[in-house]
Design a protein around this ligand. Structure first.
Ligand SMILES: [Zn+2]
Length: 317
């Protein structure tokens, strides 16, 4: 599917009505546009009719010809004026994680303004976050016997406005702690990243119990609140002081995995300006989880997964 989409986008330099129609058919085949529509007035099935405006096709009922419906009806594209081919191109880039540089995308003609792009990004993020929510309901747990999980906390700073009487507002950095649990299995990574209100033993141990299976080998830094406590809860704990050793010679335990992962996550969030507010930080942490738990694990790659999740948002009736 990814390859097909690439081909499609490559050959789409001139964008006429025939190509528009082809794109609608493709999106219907993938299930991200409805392939059947019922007339809202008489419930009879509608049929696709050619038109020269917007998407090249529209739904009509032979009994109510005066009220056609858009092919976007019931899909995530309903409230958008962006051509569908541009949406596909945007989804392709979104899945590739191409830093989503707005200026570059405006230059490439994907959208006319950064406002539109922001709106499009929001739509796709909502789709991903809904998919992640379904996964969370099923349970996101990592580890198990003979499995390694590295845990650590890290500060993600963002600026916060303080109201200070007549002096006006001042900006201060707010430190936000993120508790990370990372399963390392060969090249595969499964991160669970949660904002925590404090770093007390109670808070962190409840997160650990919720997300890490018993008998997991847990790697921690030497200086943690939960230090030497985890064996009470049925885990095997290895403490590594990463200031001195990257690899504990006794256990071969790597805390550098999480060090590196933290750096990447922070860099990504910083690049996307995701740490401005708590809400946006949460969204970005979820997007990182979506990428590692769902995106890269799909047989058809990240784009395949994105299309799969968009499909879930298409109304059935
Ligand atoms: Zn009708």
């Amino acid at each position: 599917m990814t390859r097909l989409l690439q081909e499609l986008l490559k050959n789409i330099r001139s964008y006429d009505n025939t190509k528009k129609r082809r794109i609608v058919r493709w999106m219907q085949k993938w299930g991200i546009l409805k392939s059947r529509m019922q007339c809202p007035k008489c419930n009879r099935s509608m049929r696709l009719e050619k038109c020269d405006r917007s998407d090249g096709l529209r739904w009509v009922c032979k009994h109510h010809k005066s009220s056609p419906l858009s092919v976007r009806n019931g899909s995530i594209f309903t409230n958008s004026h962006t051509p569908l081919v541009k949406w596909l191109e945007f989804m392709y880039r979104f899945a590739q994680g191409l830093q989503l540089k707005q200026l570059a995308m405006i230059n490439d003609g994907i959208a006319g303004s950064s406002k539109t792009l922001t709106r499009m990004t929001k739509v796709l993020r909502k789709v991903c976050i809904a998919a992640l929510k379904r996964l969370r309901i099923r349970g996101m747990r990592i580890g198990g016997q003979h499995r390694f999980v590295v845990i650590d906390e890290s500060k993600f700073a963002h600026k916060r406005k303080y109201h200070r009487g007549r002096c006006g507002n001042t900006w201060r950095r707010k430190r936000q702690w993120v508790f990370g649990m990372l399963e390392v299995d060969g090249l595969s990574r499964r991160p669970i990243l949660r904002l925590v209100k404090d770093r007390s033993r109670q808070t962190l141990i409840s997160k650990i119990q919720r997300h890490i299976r018993p008998r997991t080998s847990i790697l921690t830094d030497e200086w943690r609140a939960y230090n030497r406590q985890l064996s009470q809860y049925g885990y095997r704990q290895y403490s590594v002081c990463h200031k001195r050793h990257f690899v504990d010679p006794g256990t071969g335990a790597h805390t550098q995995h999480i060090e590196r992962a933290w750096q990447n996550y922070k860099l990504e969030i910083w690049r996307r300006r995701g740490n401005r507010t708590t809400e946006s930080l949460k969204t970005h942490l979820k997007m990182i989880e979506w990428h590692h738990w769902l995106g890269v694990r799909h047989y058809d790659g990240v784009l395949g997964r994105l299309i799969h999740d968009v499909k879930k948002h298409v109304k059935t009736i």
